[in-house]
Every structure is written in structure tokens, then in C-alpha cells.
Design a protein around this ligand. Structure first.
Ligand code: ZN
Ligand code: ZN
Length: 364
């Protein structure tokens, strides 16, 4: 097994956590100042309430930091382990040509008791797809329908130069929809939070201040502090979808290239994207220039690098789809765009984060 340094991963998680802390504290301060502007003279204790609420929020963020980072790390490991281990219920044959189909992707669907693994099968001869749940039941989604009047519609897919167009015209109400993906679209410059460094100093507690807070809260166990937190802190779930970074193909390339090149994978080349059920599937090849990895390690390591690089985006590596020949690796990544798919992705990721589990070791 190759070790991916936990420290590097934890630095990423730690930065991300601090960004969330800064955002939450800014929103809390904003709400107080909005109230102040509403007119009437604020009550004399208003400033004190604000300071105490902010102190408690900052302290709680400090108190929960280590545990949250560990939970996120474990959740990712558990998610990948579950998918890696999953096996389809039976052999699947192509309905068009009777060839035996191969699993090309696995996906976690639903929650708790309703959690299921969905296997994507592809025919090696004619590229037909079928999907089955882990209990052997075939997945048959409702046919696409018009967003205006819900009449079933026939969709068409075409490519015009660098544009992928996915469209339909409703036979009943005449509504026409074009969904265009421009492969040449330049990545937008990432939004830079200019005040982050300054605000991190302001809001994220130092070890000294944080430990003082923890000792204080343990001593006091102030019920009103808890109440105040519940009242003023945000529901983290509401923000999860908006936190997924939505990248186009060019942006995803810009993100992946340096991440894999650091580890001696060179010449990342993307193939022709396919649109499948509203998601974009993007094949790629890449050279492993390191002599220290065998084929198995190389594939595993590459997949992990990609998963990590894409961890906060609307893209992820497709599971069972990595190959290796003479130092050349190939694989596919998948991107989702619709609200529904993003919500599903967020739910899967959030669920992994929510599961407090000290029992799952990080296998990386
Ligand atoms: Zn076939
Ligand atoms: Zn219609």
C-alpha cells in the first residue's frame, strides 16, 4: 500500500474547516449588525450578547475542529471502502447482443436502511448500458419529460465543434430546451477571499485561546451558551450544495494536472466526453513516469490522487474503470451539474461526514 501523507490531507481539511469558521462568524456578525440598523436604539446589553455569541461560536468551532477533520477523513475512507468491496448480485448480459457486460461504475444511493449500491454495466461489443442495484433489481428511471408540462419527450444529443448539445422539443406544448456544454470555455478565475487571512486571525482561535475556552466551557457547562449557539449558528446542511465547487471541463483539467504531476504522472490527455443521463463522463490517459510503482499500486495511487483533488467539486473518479499498460494509465471521471445530481452528491458526502465513527481506520 502506498502512503498518502495524512498531514497533507489534514492541512487541506484544516484550511477548509477554517474557511467555514470564518464564513459562519462573518454571518453571525452580519446578523447582529443588520438588527442594529433596523432602527430603534439597541438595548444596552446588545453588544454583550453579540460578543458572547461570537466567542461561543469561535470556541465551539475550535473545540470541534480535530474531531470534525478526523470524521471527514474516516468518512471518505469508509465511502471508498464500501464501494471498493461491493460486488454485483449476478452476471449481466446485454439486451441488444447478449454479450456479457462489464461493471464500469458504482454509486451509493439512498440513506440508512434505504442505502443501495447501483452498478453501471456497459456492453464491450455495442456500448449499451444497463444499471442494477446490489440486490439484483434493475434500475429503470422514469423517461425524461418536459419541464413545463411533464409530457414524456425524446431527447437528442449532438456535437457542434466544441459544443455538446443535449436538447428536446415538447410535442405537446412546444417548449424547447437546449443544454449546451462548451468544452472550450475558459475557466473563470477562482474567487479569492481577500480578507481570509485577516479574518482567520480574528475568528479562528489560537491554541492558547481555544484551550482556555474549552477549560472554561467544561467548568461552566453553561446551558445558555448552548442555546445561543443553536439560535445563531447555521444549519450546516443548508450550505452543503452551495459548497460544491462546480467546474467545467477546462477547470477540472486545470485542477487535476498539477495535482497528479506532483506525483510524477505526466501528459494527462482527455478523450471525447460522453453525456449519460445528464452527467458528463470524461475518459483520460496519463503516463506514470515513476519507476517505483507497480501497475496495481500505480492505479490505486492515481485514483486516490484524483479523488482527493476532486473531493470538493462536482466531479469524481469512476470506480472500477482504471487500466494500466506499460506505464500508460487510463480511466474516467464523471461530472454532475443538475441540482438533483448535486444534491445527491452532497447527500452522499454529507452522510459520510455525519457518521461519527472512530471504528473505521483510515486505510490510506
Ligand atoms: Zn451489446
Ligand atoms: Zn411540454
Amino acid at each position: 500500500m502506498i502512503e498518502v501523507a495524512n498531514t497533507a490531507k489534514d492541512t487541506l481539511h484544516s484550511d477548509e474547516y477554517d474557511r467555514e469558521t470564518v464564513e459562519e462568524c462573518r454571518r453571525l456578525e452580519q446578523r447582529f449588525s443588520d438588527k442594529e440598523k433596523e432602527g430603534d436604539k439597541p438595548a444596552p446589553w446588545y453588544g454583550l450578547t453579540r460578543d458572547l455569541a461570537l466567542y461561543a461560536l469561535r470556541g465551539e468551532r475550535y473545540r470541534r475542529k480535530e474531531e470534525t477533520i478526523a470524521r471527514r477523513r474516516n468518512a471518505m475512507a469508509e465511502y471508498h471502502e464500501k464501494l471498493d468491496k461491493a460486488k454485483p448480485a449476478s452476471i449481466v448480459y446485454c439486451l441488444a447482443c447478449r454479450s456479457q457486460m462489464n461493471v464500469v461504475e458504482k454509486d451509493l444511493r439512498g440513506f440508512g436502511k434505504k442505502e443501495q449500491i447501483l452498478f453501471y454495466f456497459r456492453c464491450p461489443e455495442c456500448n449499451e448500458m444497463r444499471r442494477f442495484f446490489d440486490n439484483g433489481e434493475e434500475y429503470r428511471p422514469a423517461p425524461p419529460s418536459c419541464i413545463k408540462c411533464s409530457t414524456p419527450v425524446d431527447q437528442t444529443f449532438k456535437r457542434e465543434g466544441s459544443k455538446l448539445i443535449h436538447s428536446y422539443t415538447c410535442a405537446k406544448c412546444g417548449y424547447h430546451e437546449d443544454d449546451v456544454i462548451d468544452l472550450d470555455e475558459k475557466p473563470k478565475a477562482p474567487k479569492i477571499d481577500k480578507d481570509f487571512i485577516k479574518d482567520r486571525e480574528k475568528y479562528c482561535m489560537s491554541k492558547k485561546e481555544g484551550d482556555d475556552y474549552v477549560n472554561w466551557i467544561v467548568l461552566m457547562e453553561l446551558p445558555q451558551t448552548k442555546e445561543m449557539l443553536e439560535r445563531y449558528s447555521d444549519d450546516p446542511k443548508a450550505d452543503v450544495i452551495s459548497q460544491i465547487k462546480k467546474l467545467n471541463i477546462a477547470q477540472v483539467e486545470a485542477l487535476l494536472k498539477p495535482a497528479v504531476e506532483k506525483e510524477k504522472y505526466q501528459d494527462l490527455v482527455f478523450g471525447k466526453p460522453e453525456i449519460y443521463q445528464g452527467t458528463v463522463i470524461l475518459p483520460f490517459t496519463i503516463q506514470d513516469t515513476s519507476a517505483d510503482r507497480n501497475d496495481y499500486d500505480s492505479q490505486l495511487f492515481l485514483k486516490r490522487l484524483i479523488d482527493e483533488a476532486l473531493g470538493e467539486t462536482n466531479w469524481r473518479a469512476m470506480s472500477d474503470d482504471f487500466g494500466y499498460k506499460l506505464g500508460l494509465l487510463n480511466g474516467r471521471i464523471r461530472g454532475v451539474e443538475s441540482e438533483k445530481d448535486l444534491a445527491e452528491l452532497a447527500r452522499v458526502r454529507q452522510k459520510k461526514q455525519d457518521k461519527v465513527s472512530g471504528s473505521v481506520e483510515d486505510k490510506s
